[in-house]
Design a protein around this ligand. Structure first.
Ligand code: FPP
Length: 260
């Protein structure tokens, strides 16, 4: 649907209007199917309050709940959240351990709510080096929500895009060697099926918080035609109003996919 649409316009809404009004003014047919978020700024949020960095991550977890609920309500099909990158292991052990416990705490608290809201939990990333308790919590949530057909809440956990692309290339080479895939048939769609986002589609909208303007090894292949929206707001301060604002901006962009 979005691919076919070249231009759309609607009147920008005033950010002073109340949230409910702004939600109803969004164009239903142009809600982004897939939204990806780089949730950044937890450490700075905590530092500003003289709190330990992990307090920022904990606050950030609560925002995940709010935004998941809203995205589902608006009709977003997939919400991919960058929760831990392959580079984040370089952080102090105490912080890494804390981050590895967050999925358990999040799912331990909110899984019943996600089930009720018909959300399906997914994960993309390298499972091998994740602690069993983290994997266990996510695995149980995936199992419990596997038949839900509402929003897909996709956690990028121990995820790195260059490694993902390399793995995909190796997969392609292997399948060519063993005759499963003919080189002639390799195209962008086929290659996409070797990536961790297989079946999820590419993001229509990427949000990054905290004022950093970079991709940090996130979904490099998948973001080729995605609309980007950056904000200075730190992730723990990110609100429903900010998410709606990002969608409003998205709905006022002209997507040309390389055409005119
Ligand atoms: C980047 O901020 C954030 C992270 C590396 C972790 C993001 C994780 C969450 C928001 C919680 C995830 C919740 C669940 C349910 C898994 P930063 O620490 O780099 O911030 P800084 O740049 O200000 O230091």
């Amino acid at each position: 649907m979005l691919d076919k649409m070249k231009i759309w316009k609607n009147k920008p809404t005033s950010s002073d209007d109340n949230l409910e009004e702004r939600k109803t003014r969004l164009k239903e047919q142009f809600i982004p199917n897939h939204v990806a978020i780089i949730m950044d700024g937890n450490g700075r949020w905590a530092k500003k309050r003289a709190l330990p960095r992990v307090a920022g991550h904990h606050e950030g977890m609560k925002v995940v709940r709010k935004i998941t609920k809203l995205a589902n309500e608006l009709g977003v099909k997939t919400l991919t959240l960058y929760a831990f990158s392959t580079e984040n292991w370089k952080r102090p052990k105490m912080e890494v351990d804390f981050l590895m416990k967050l999925p358990e705490e999040f799912l331990g608290t909110f899984l019943p709510e996600l089930v009720e809201e018909n959300v399906r939990v997914e994960m993309m990333g390298y499972k091998e080096s994740l602690p069993p308790h983290t994997l266990g919590a996510i695995g149980r949530a995936m199992e419990e929500t596997k038949d839900n057909d509402g929003l897909v809440l996709n956690f990028a956990l121990n995820y790195g895009s260059r490694a993902e692309i390399l793995e995909a290339v190796k997969g392609v080479l292997n399948d060519c060697k063993s005759g499963i895939l003919n080189e002639e048939n390799l195209n962008e769609d086929v290659f996409s099926n070797y990536l961790m986002t297989k079946g999820l589609g590419d993001p229509d909208l990427l949000i990054r918080t905290s004022g950093e303007i970079r991709l940090s090894n996130f979904m490099l292949w998948q973001l080729a035609y995605t609309e980007f929206w950056f904000t200075d707001v730190l992730w723990p301060d990110f609100s429903e109003e900010h998410f709606v604002e990002a969608v409003e901006v998205f709905q006022n962009r002209q997507r040309r996919f390389g055409g005119v």
